[in-house]
Design a protein around this ligand. Structure first.
Ligand SMILES: [Zn+2]
Length: 530
C-alpha cells in the first residue's frame, strides 16, 4: 500500500455545515494526522506483541503527555498485559461417513480455530442445534433433547427475533455460549453464518485465516477454556457437513428467514481434526492517562473514554498489500482519544470526576486488553462509565449518531441531549442481530457493572449513506483496504469528537453516576457486583 495521495483525496470529502463557530476542517486535519501515523505501513498493522504496536503505544503515551494527562498506572502510561500466542503449524479436517472419509479443505470450506488447548488429533460426532443458544430468561434452550455429550455443536448465527436483542447478544458471546455447551458436555463448536448477516464475504475472511491467535496468559481470564474444537463453516458448503442427515442448509435458512423454529438434528458420522501448534509468550500493553477531577470526593471516580490500539498485523498479500492498517479499526478511535484530551486541555475545562483516556491492546483477539484492565486496574470499582469509540465510521456527514446501549442506561439521555445540542439526532442500534453492543471493549466494563455506550455514524435506511456504510463492511472491514487511501469525512470525525468530549464532561460533572435502567438486561452485572 502506498500512502502518498491521502491529503488530496481525503479532504474533498470533508463535511460542510458541521457547526457554527468551530473550525471542523482544521480539527479534522489534526485528527487525521494521528490516524495517518497509527495506520501507516511503518506500524505494520499494530499487531499485539509486534514492534509496530509498541511504536503506536509510545506515540499515544507522548500525545497523552502533551495533552496534560497524568500517567494512570503507577506513574506510567503503560499497563503490561501478558498473552500466550498460538501459531498454527499444520491442520486438517475430515468428515468421516462410515468407512468413507472426505477432506474438508481449510480455509476454503471450514476455517478452523486453534488454541493451546487444541488436541493434536480428535474425533467427535456433530449435532446441529438450531441457533445453539441457551437463554434461561427467554425459556429458550436449543440443546433440549439433543445428544450433546461428547459432541461438536453446529449452529446458525443469529437467533429468534422474538427474543430481546440484548439478551440474544449476551448469550451469543463465546463466553456465555460455551459456558452452557460445556456444562451440557459438548467438546466443540461449528458456527455457520447466516449469509444475510455475514459482515465479511467468506473468500475475504479466508485471506486472514491462519494468523496466530492470542489469549490472556492468566487462564482464569480465558473465556473459552476447555473448548477442544472450534470452526466456522462456509454456509454455501454447509450441505457437505449436513450430508446424510436428511436436512439441508436451504431448509435451515428458510426457517430462519421466516422466523420459524429451526430444525435440530444429529449428523451421521464424525469429524476428525488434526492440529499442530507452537506457543510463545507475548507481552503487550494498555496505554492510559488521566485528567484529574476537581471535586474532593468525586475525583476518585472515573469516566473512561476508550478505543483499541491493536489491529490485525500482517497477512498474505492481496494485490501486493499484506498490511492490515486498521485506519478506521481503530486508529480512528485512538486519534479521537488524543484529540478529545487535547481539546479539554486547550479549553482548560475541568470536571468534578476524573476522566481516563484508555487505548487498549488485544481487542481484535477478543477484547483481551480491556478484559484485563477491567479486572486489574488501580481504578477498579471506581469506574462510573465507559464511552467506547471503535470504528465509528465517519464516512459521511454526521447528521445521525447510532448509539449502542441507548435505551439501557441513563447515559442514553446524556448522549441524546449532547448530540441534539450539536444538531445531531441519535438512533438506537438498527441491526441488533450483529451483536455490536457486546462486540467491543465496552462489554468488558459492562460485565463489571459499568454503564457504557458505543457509537457508529448513523443514517436513514435506504439512503446513500446506508450504501456507503454497508459497502465499507463488505469491502474494507478487516481487510487490507481499511487503510489511508479510503475516503473519510475528517471534519465529521472532528464533530463527533466534539460531541464525545461534551458527553464525557457532562457525565463527569453530573451529581449522580450513571445507572442502568430498571428494565435493562445489563443491570444484572451492576447489582451482582454491588
Ligand atoms: Zn476489528
Amino acid at each position: 500500500m502506498k500512502n502518498t495521495i491521502i491529503a488530496i483525496s481525503l479532504f474533498s470529502f470533508a463535511a460542510s455545515g458541521a457547526g457554527k463557530g468551530s473550525d471542523w476542517d482544521a480539527a479534522g486535519k489534526a485528527w487525521w494526522k494521528h490516524v495517518s501515523y497509527l495506520a501507516s505501513d511503518k506500524l505494520k498493522g499494530r499487531n499485539v506483541g509486534s514492534p509496530g504496536f509498541d511504536l503506536a503505544a509510545e506515540y499515544v503515551a507522548k500525545q497523552f503527555e502533551k495533552a496534560g494527562l497524568k500517567p494512570a498506572i503507577d506513574k506510567s502510561y503503560f499497563q503490561q498485559v501478558d498473552f500466550v500466542e498460538t501459531s498454527l503449524v499444520s491442520t486438517s479436517l475430515m468428515l468421516v461417513r462410515g468407512d468413507r472419509t472426505v477432506q474438508a479443505p481449510i480455509p476454503e470450506e471450514a476455517q478452523t480455530r486453534f488454541s493451546p488447548n487444541s488436541p493434536e488429533e480428535m474425533e467427535a460426532p456433530v449435532v446441529f442445534a438450531g441457533y445453539g443458544l441457551t437463554i434461561p430468561e427467554a425459556k429458550h434452550n436449543d440443546l433440549d433433547g439433543l445428544p450433546v455429550k461428547g459432541a461438536i455443536i453446529a449452529y446458525l448465527t443469529g437467533g429468534p427475533d422474538k427474543i430481546d436483542g440484548n439478551l440474544r447478544s449476551h448469550y451469543s458471546s463465546i463466553q456465555q455460549r460455551w459456558k452452557a455447551l460445556k456444562a451440557a458436555g459438548a467438546v466443540g463448536i461449528i458456527s455457520i453464518a447466516n449469509p444475510k448477516t455475514m459482515e465479511i464475504p467468506w473468500a475475504r475472511q479466508s485471506l486472514s485465516w491462519g494468523m496466530p491467535r492470542m489469549e490472556l496468559a492468566d487462564p482464569a481470564l480465558n473465556a473459552a477454556g476447555g473448548l477442544l474444537f472450534s470452526a466456522a463453516w462456509d454456509p454455501a458448503k454447509a450441505n457437505d457437513l449436513f450430508a446424510g442427515s436428511g436436512h439441508s442448509i436451504e431448509e435451515v435458512l428458510e426457517a430462519a428467514n421466516k422466523q420459524e423454529p429451526l430444525p435440530h438434528f444429529a449428523i451421521p458420522g464424525k469429524i476428525r481434526a488434526t492440529v499442530r501448534v507452537s506457543i510463545r509468550r507475548v507481552v503487550s500493553k494498555n496505554v492510559a492517562g488521566i485528567r484529574t477531577g476537581t471535586d474532593a470526593s468525586l475525583k476518585s471516580e472515573y469516566v473512561i473514554l476508550s478505543a483499541h490500539l491493536d489491529h490485525l498485523g500482517e497477512g498474505k498479500p492481496v494485490n501486493g498489500d499484506g498490511i492490515y492498517n486498521g485506519a478506521m479499526d481503530d486508529a480512528s478511535g485512538v486519534a479521537s482519544l488524543i484529540e478529545i484530551a487535547k481539546a479539554l486541555e486547550d479549553s482548560k475545562i475541568s470536571t468534578k470526576r476524573s476522566i481516563m483516556f484508555l487505548a487498549v491492546t488485544g481487542e481484535e483477539k477478543g477484547e483481551l486488553g480491556s478484559t484485563y484492565f477491567a479486572g486489574h486496574s488501580p481504578v477498579q470499582g471506581r469506574i462510573v462509565a465507559d464511552l467506547n469509540m471503535d470504528m465509528y465510521l465517519p464516512l459521511f456527514p454526521l447528521k445521525w449518531l447510532e448509539v449502542q446501549g441507548l435505551n439501557e442506561s441513563t447515559l442514553g439521555k446524556d448522549i441524546t441531549e449532547v448530540a441534539q445540542a450539536a444538531g445531531v439526532q441519535v438512533q438506537a442500534d438498527k441491526e441488533p442481530n450483529r451483536n455490536r453492543f457486546i462486540r467491543s471493549d465496552q462489554y468488558s466494563f459492562i460485565k463489571k457493572g459499568v454503564a457504557a455506550l458505543a457509537f457508529k455514524f448513523g443514517y436513514i435506511p435506504g439512503g446513500p449513506e446506508e450504501k456507503l456504510f454497508k459497502d465499507w463492511y463488505s469491502n474494507r472491514y478487516h481487510g487490507v483496504t481499511d487503510d489511508l487511501e479510503q475516503p473519510v469525512d475528517a471534519a465529521a470525525a472532528a464533530q463527533f469528537n466534539g460531541i464525545l468530549k461534551n458527553l464525557a464532561v457532562r457525565v463527569a460533572n453530573a451529581d449522580h453516576a450513571p445507572t442502568w435502567q430498571p428494565n435493562s438486561f445489563f443491570r444484572r452485572f451492576a447489582t451482582k457486583s454491588e
